[in-house]
Design a protein around this ligand. Structure first.
Ligand SMILES: C[S@@+](CC[C@H](N)C(=O)[O-])C[C@H]1O[C@@H](n2cnc3c(N)ncnc32)[C@H](O)[C@@H]1O
Length: 273
């Protein structure tokens, strides 16, 4: 039953069906997760990424989050983050913004998320990290002035949006000339070209694209035991949340393994001046 509900959700995403309704359903779901699950040690809501070979250096305390940090590490690798004004759109519980703030020396990191409960939780979970702020706002109508960021990061959030081209136009607007947009998310294989077209807005130049699927599966494997321990504590909707979490045996895990769902990273640069 849970598996069926999740399959229908994935199919609806792939078809691009009911974009507005879907957008607000996702918001309700994230709000519910943030209100119901307030664990101090849970700062990420992504499927993770473990690259082949050696990963980034992390403090001992952060090792437990390595699979989830991996998506952020690849997102900012080689970008001029030092002293930059960084925006994360769809910042969730704030672990990714926290990682960038603590490891990459930016001037500031702002996280924006459309779920007020999630923003409140991110503030609480990351209160120990300076230069980090969280605001409520919609990816499709960002509450920031033109040209106010040097780097925009967007991790595993865009599949929730009702209007992806509106989001991409907003990214182009809030980026300063020469600034970078680092994007990662998954889509059904047949929806990949549509996603590329949706992100190809005037002012953003595509600089690179890579497929992350294998590293995402490696991260799901690495996080399985911890995820199962957390899932065991849930009293309601456990089946649905197990599917949602991408645990082994879930539709998402299978689709990623078989290539029906593909996880992509892209980098764009805003045209200079
Ligand atoms: C799968 S979570 C990823 C969170 C975070 N990026 C991470 O990797 O841990 C997706 C996040 O995107 C947020 N989101 C979805 N649609 C949004 C929108 N239109 N505007 C802002 N945030 C949105 C959700 O509330 C949720 O926190």
């Amino acid at each position: 039953m849970a598996s069926q509900a999740f399959t229908s959700l994935l199919e609806a995403i792939e078809r691009g069906a009911f974009p507005r309704t879907r957008k607000w359903l996702w918001r309700g779901l994230y709000g519910m997760l943030s209100r119901g699950w307030r664990d101090e040690d849970w700062r990420f809501m992504n499927y993770g990424f473990l690259p082949a070979g050696e990963g980034v250096a992390l403090a001992e305390a952060d090792e437990v989050d390595r699979p989830f940090i991996g998506l952020y590490a690849q997102a900012v690798a080689g970008l001029p983050v030092e002293d930059a004004r960084v925006l994360e759109v769809g910042s969730g519980r704030g672990g990714g913004a926290r990682y960038i703030a603590r490891y990459h020396g930016p001037a500031s990191v702002t996280g924006v998320d459309y779920s007020p409960a999630t923003v409140r939780l991110a503030r609480r979970l990351n209160a120990d990290t300076g230069i980090l702020t969280f605001e409520t706002g919609d990816a499709e109508k960002l509450p920031f002035a033109d040209g106010s960021f040097d780097i925009v990061v967007n991790i595993e959030s865009s599949h929730c949006y009702g209007d992806v081209p509106a989001f991409a136009r907003e990214v182009a607007r809030v980026l300063a000339p020469g600034g970078w947009f680092s994007f990662a998310d998954m889509r059904g294989k047949s929806a990949l070209d549509q996603m590329r077209q949706q992100l190809a807005v005037p002012g953003l130049v595509l600089r690179s694209e890579s497929e992350l699927s294998q590293g995402v599966i490696a991260a799901l494997d690495a996080a399985e035991a911890r995820k199962r321990a957390r899932l065991a504590k849930i009293r309601f909707m456990r089946g649905f949340v197990t599917e949602f979490a991408g645990a082994k045996g879930s539709v998402l895990y299978r689709e990623l393994s078989e290539g029906g769902v593909v996880y992509i990273a892209q980098r764009y640069q805003k045209a200079a001046g």
